[in-house]
Design a protein around this ligand. Structure first.
Ligand code: 6PG
Length: 242
C-alpha cells in the first residue's frame, strides 16, 4: 500500500482488500471498552456495502469488540430503516446483524418523525447521552463524483453554517430529505476515514488535491482544516490521476 502525505491528510492507496483491512484496523483502533463506549459513524454508498460483506466473509471482528462501540451513520436518507436506501438499515442487514452487535449499541437516525424534528431529536439525544461537544471517535465518510461528502452537497445551505449542533437536516434537490453530520460535527471528530473507490472518482480525487476549495466548491475540501485527523483510503482506480 502506498502512503502519501497531502494537505488533506494521509492518502493510502491500494487494492480493495488492502483498503478493507485498513478500515477494519481503524475500527479496531477506535474500539472502546465496556465502561467507555467509542462512537463510530459508518457511511452510506456502495463502498461500505462491499466492506461489510468482506468483514463477514473474513470474520475479522468478534462481537465483543464491536459491542464496545456505539454505531450510527454519518448521514442518512429520510426513509424507513427497512428500505434499501437506508444507510443505517443497510449497515444493520449487512454488518451489525451478522456481526452480533446488540440493539442497545445501535443509534439509528429517527426517521419516524418529520425531517426537521428528526434533526432536533437526534441532536438532543446526542447532547443528553454524550454531551453536546462530543464528536465521533471514528467517522467514516464517502465522497461523490461532485465532491460531496455525507449529505453536504455543492451549494448546500449547510456549507458554512454556524451552529453548535453536530447534525442537520437538509433537502437535497432531486434526492429528498437527508440527515447529516455538518461542519461542526466534522470539526469534533477525533478521526475521519474517507473511503473512495472506483475509476469514476479519479477526476474528483485529482481535483480535491489540485484545486483551491473556493474555486472548486467541493464540500469535501473542508477536511483540509482537520488534515492531521484525516486518513483517506483510496483504491488504485480512484487514484488513477494522482
Ligand atoms: C450516501 C452518502 C454519500 C456517499 C458518497 C460515496 O448516503 O450515499 O451520503 O456521501 O458516501 O456518495 O458513495 P459511494 O461509496 O457509492 O461512492
Amino acid at each position: 500500500m502506498l502512503t502519501q502525505q497531502t494537505s488533506y491528510g494521509a492518502f493510502h492507496i491500494g487494492d480493495r482488500d488492502a483498503l478493507y483491512r485498513k478500515m477494519a484496523e481503524a475500527i479496531q483502533e477506535a474500539s472502546g471498552t465496556a465502561e467507555s463506549f467509542s462512537l463510530i459513524a459508518l457511511t452510506g454508498g456502495s463502498t461500505p456495502k462491499a466492506f461489510y460483506r468482506w468483514c463477514v466473509a473474513q470474520g475479522v471482528f468478534d462481537s465483543d469488540q464491536l459491542n464496545a462501540a456505539l454505531w450510527t451513520t454519518s448521514d442518512e436518507r429520510h426513509v424507513p430503516r427497512d428500505s434499501e436506501e437506508s444507510n443505517f438499515g443497510t449497515a444493520e442487514r449487512l454488518f451489525l446483524d451478522p456481526m452480533g452487535v446488540r440493539e442497545e449499541n445501535r443509534i439509528p437516525w429517527p426517521v419516524d418523525v418529520d425531517p426537521h424534528s428528526a434533526g432536533i431529536v437526534f441532536n438532543r439525544l446526542w447532547a443528553e447521552r454524550f454531551g453536546e461537544h462530543r464528536g465521533f471517535d471514528l467517522c467514516f465518510l464517502g465522497m461523490g463524483e461532485d465532491g460531496h461528502t455525507a449529505s453536504l452537497f455543492p451549494g448546500s445551505p449547510l456549507i458554512g453554517l454556524e451552529t453548535e449542533d453536530n447534525f442537520s437536516c437538509v433537502e437535497v434537490p432531486g434526492k429528498g430529505w437527508r440527515l447529516t453530520i455538518n461542519e461542526t460535527g466534522i470539526s469534533r471528530c477525533s478521526r475521519i476515514c474517507v473511503i473512495v473507490t472506483g475509476a469514476g472518482k479519479a477526476d474528483a480525487v485529482h481535483d480535491v488535491l489540485h484545486s483551491e476549495p473556493e474555486d472548486s466548491h467541493r464540500p469535501i475540501q473542508l477536511l483540509r482544516r482537520y488534515a492531521e485527523r484525516v486518513v483517506w483510503l483510496v483504491d488504485e482506480e480512484a487514484a488513477g490521476r494522482l
